[in-house]
Design a protein around this ligand. Structure first.
Ligand SMILES: NC(=O)C1=CN([C@@H]2O[C@H](COP(=O)(O)OP(=O)(O)OC[C@H]3O[C@@H](n4cnc5c(N)ncnc54)[C@H](OP(=O)(O)O)[C@@H]3O)[C@@H](O)[C@H]2O)C=CC1
Ligand SMILES: O=C(O)C1=N[C@H](C(=O)O)C[C@H](O)C1
Length: 226
């Protein structure tokens, strides 16, 4: 049985992940966390998210170390926010729990800190800005087009729901990273007040509204070729 702990248990992703865990015969939710002082601390997570009683109480971030020691999960899944995730990862890794990190919005220093923590504690980790299979194939398509449409201008547009806390999205930044590692470009975040487009620029634009799950568009614009 794979024992799983989830940070951000009541969030949009946390709820879906817990539902998915409960559907697997070989997985068991053993702990779920929300931030310190959360009003639902101690309540049954299943009841909180409409799955019926699961027998797992909601814990808070300040209890994480003790709860992980008690429940001994095999995997710690984090879909929270960047600042919280850095700390959560430290506690989980020090308890030798393997990691799945879906949280986005990290600074470069935070990314470095997470990688150092993983290495120092010798735990396994899967980190992805986007776990959708289609999006990971899309990354390959972007890499291919960047290599072959050499003189085309590239712009990245992403749109997400009104609740999203980071911008641009982790996926848009990953796309920008893929383009940058295949072409000598400079990233431009929005174009307000900026004049003529430079040849080596890639614009990154974030839109927010409604309940849009997450759309990513990459435009390759060529002269007279569409
Ligand atoms: N990699 C991928 O495929 C995907 C990644 N994401 C990313 O996952 C993250 C979460 O997204 P989403 O579920 O929509 O966001 P939500 O805001 O719905 O959920 C995040 C949850 O984490 C909670 N939280 C905050 N601090 C802590 C803490 N210290 N310990 C435990 N929980 C905490 C939040 O509480 P509170 O509301 O009180 O702050 C909230 O309940 C984002 O970074 C998003 O970009 C999202 C979708 C797919
Ligand atoms: O916050 C979200 O919702 C999403 N975040 C991820 C990101 O920042 O790229 C992945 C997906 O787009 C949904």
């Amino acid at each position: 049985m794979i024992k799983v702990a989830v940070a951000g248990a009541l969030g949009r992703m946390g709820r879906e992940i817990i539902k998915a865990i409960c559907e697997q015969e070989d997985m068991k939710l053993v702990a779920g966390f929300e931030r310190k002082g959360h009003e639902d601390r101690g309540k049954d997570i299943g009841e909180l998210i409409g799955l019926g009683t699961l027998g797992v109480k909601l814990s808070t971030a300040d209890e994480m170390d003790n709860v992980l020691k008690e429940t001994k999960p095999d995997v710690f899944v984090d879909f929270t926010i960047a600042d919280a995730c850095v700390n959560n990862v430290k506690i989980a890794a020090e308890n030798k729990v393997n990691l799945v990190i879906g949280t986005t919005g990290f600074t470069e220093e935070q990314k470095k800190e997470i990688l150092e923590t993983i290495e120092k504690n010798n735990v396994a980790a899967v980190i992805s800005e986007n776990f959708a299979i289609g999006v990971n194939i899309f990354f390959k398509v972007v890499e291919f087009l960047t290599k072959y449409l050499k003189d085309y201008d590239i712009e990245i547009i992403e749109m997400h729901h009104r609740y999203k806390k980071d911008a641009p999205s982790g996926t848009a930044l990953k796309i920008a990273e893929i383009i940058k590692s295949n072409r000598d470009v400079e990233l431009v975040f929005g174009r307000y007040g900026k004049c003529e487009r430079k040849e080596n620029e890639v614009g990154v634009h974030a839109l927010r509204g409604g309940d849009v799950v997450g759309d990513h568009i990459v435009i390759f614009a060529g002269d007279g070729r569409g």
